[in-house]
Design a protein around this ligand. Structure first.
Ligand SMILES: *Cc1c(COP(=O)(O)O)cnc(C)c1O
Length: 405
């Protein structure tokens, strides 16, 4: 492997296209990460400590929140946030059925009841009108999920939260750096919850998570909940968890945070290029492109299209044969998961979520995706849909810096 091409594999128009390539990203930051990891070993501080305190300050600054509190995972961030916000067993929490399992899993895990309501078909995010209809006197919180890296429609949720005195817990696991009307995910509700799972836009070297809030009392409670409810000095005022962030994770994340905006720009550029090529190839009659709503900064944790006309299964089979990565997030909406059968939902209850689950297809979007690979993905889609691939793509926006070596 040459230094000029630090990627895990060489990229040409015939080589396989992985859905995600973290090796390529690591190649661009290896020296910085190694130095940060060495620092942790030299000090032998592994749990919380200065690296975590510094990361918390940097994330708070990045999200423009007063406080940030690290924890062991995005799932734990949701659990701790729900508890800190006062959600009790038997309470109802309204969230989306079209999300990663943890959103509703966290609600269930604290003994509360997930109330799943339908989504908006263009953004795949919670439909505020459905949220309003689901509010009862047992509702204790609203949990919007900024799915795929685009913020949910917040203004109507703010009105509902104010009218019914409800906290908003943002599941911002996929949305670090995303914006709604110029404000970042994490400060659009009472508590924001982020995940550092390696495939998130800011991913660690293992599990990790963080919570953001402007409320000093909530911040103090979140801080003690992650260490068994200890106020300090083994003074346990409530029973909490062991959910601490490792110093090693924080050290690696601090390195990666410095690159995050550049990486986000790369994702957005790839998204724009996909749109251009998919339209140029005339595939947009079958492939519905992602909608970026006004007043948003979409950070494209996923580039999620819809394959309409019942053609998704055959497209996936063809892409697999062509060794081009693609993925379905998510194939089964949460209201139809077996473990939530007790909630009493049935097929047809949440039609937009169900249709999305049957049509969505995410394409490789990572910053390091070589331009030739991105073109190969679109050519692959042409083949999968039995369209001509002989058409030469019009290069209206040359991207020389993204050419494979
Ligand atoms: C990844 C993710 C989580 C959970 O985060 P973990 O760090 O894996 O526990 C929660 N919600 C959403 C929407 C996610 O994408």
């Amino acid at each position: 492997m040459s230094n000029s091409h630090p990627r895990g594999s060489s990229a040409d128009s015939n080589s396989p296209v992985p859905f995600i390539d973290l090796v390529a990203q690591y190649g661009t930051i290896r020296a910085e990460v190694r130095e940060a990891v060495d620092r942790c070993f030299e000090t032998q501080t592994f749990i919380l400590g200065d690296e975590v305190v510094q990361l918390e300050k940097e994330i708070a600054a990045y999200c423009d929140s007063e406080h940030a509190i690290g924890c062991a995972s995005g799932t734990d961030a949701l659990i701790l946030a729900l508890l800190a916000a006062g959600v009790q067993p038997g309470d109802e929490v309204i969230t989306s059925p079209f999300t990663f399992f943890a959103s509703a899993g966290a609600i269930h895990r604290i003994g509360a009841i997930p109330v799943l309501v339908d989504i908006e078909p263009d953004s795949f995010n919670l439909n505020p009108a459905c949220v309003e209809r689901a509010i009862t006197n047992r509702t204790a919180a609203i949990m919007p999920v900024h799915i795929f890296g685009q913020c949910a429609e917040m203004e109507p949720l703010w009105r509902l939260a104010a009218a019914y005195d409800l906290p908003i817990i943002e599941d911002a696991a996929q949305a670090i750096g995303a914006e709604y009307r110029g404000r970042r995910a994490g400060v659009l509700g009472t508590i924001g919850c982020f995940s550092f799972f390696p495939t998130k836009n800011l991913g660690g070297a293992g599990d990790g998570g963080i919570m953001t809030t402007d409320d000093a009392d909530l911040a103090a409670r979140l801080k003690r909940l992650r260490v068994h409810g200890d106020l300090g000095g083994y003074n346990h005022v409530e029973v909490g968890f062991n959910s601490r962030l490792d110093a090693l994770q924080a050290a690696v994340l601090r390195v990666k945070l410095r690159h995050l905006d550049k990486w986000t720009e790369g994702r957005a550029k790839n998204a724009a290029r996909y749109e251009e090529l998919i339209r140029a190839a005339g595939l947009d009659d079958v492939i519905q492109l992602p909608t970026v709503l006004p007043d948003r900064r979409h950070v494209f944790n996923q580039f999620t299209t819809r394959i309409t006309g019942g053609r998704r299964a055959s497209v996936i089979a063809s892409m697999k044969e062509q060794q081009i990565g693609c993925a379905v997030y998510y194939p089964i909406p949460l209201h139809l998961q077996k473990c939530f059968a007790y909630l009493g939902y049935k097929q047809g209850d949440l039609p937009e979520a169900e249709q999305a689950a049957s049509e969505v297809l995410s394409l490789p979007i990572y910053t390091e995706l070589p331009a030739v690979h991105l073109e190969r993905v679109v050519e692959g889609l042409c083949r999968a849909l039995d369209r001509s691939t002989t058409l030469a793509f019009p290069v209206t926006t040359p991207v020389p810096q993204r050419k494979a070596a």
